[in-house]
Design a protein around this ligand. Structure first.
Ligand SMILES: [Fe+2]
Length: 111
């Protein structure tokens, strides 16, 4: 079942007062201290939380055979697979190293 309606929000900021600065995030994929538990055998490292748009970017890591339960994508998803392979139970494609994926907002999904 797809989500068909969204509630929008405003951050209440004057557009001219929002930060327009560039920034970088240095992840540390080999340092276990930086991985945030997400599900059993699945972690993420945050890269960006956009408080203006509500979007976020993370590096996601899952051990072989682990799954993430049903969740909802309230925004679009861009994904790039660096290692291993994975898929959603609702689709027939398999993401491998080098695979880029785009998912429209509103999906109810499991992997
Ligand atoms: Fe997801």
């Amino acid at each position: 079942m797809s989500i068909t309606s969204f509630s929008s929000f405003t951050d209440g900021l004057d557009p001219l007062r929002r930060s327009r600065e560039h920034f970088i995030t240095n992840t540390s994929l080999d340092d276990e201290r930086f991985w945030v538990p997400y599900a059993d055998g699945v972690w993420f490292q945050p890269c960006c939380f956009n408080v203006t748009s509500g979007g976020f970017s993370v590096v996601l890591k899952g051990l072989p055979g682990r799954r993430v339960g049903t969740h909802y994508h309230v925004g679009i998803v861009h994904g790039y697979t660096m290692r291993g392979h994975w898929r959603y139970l609702e689709h027939d494609w398999i993401a491998k190293p080098g695979t880029y994926i785009y998912e429209p907002a509103g999906e109810r999904i499991r992997w």
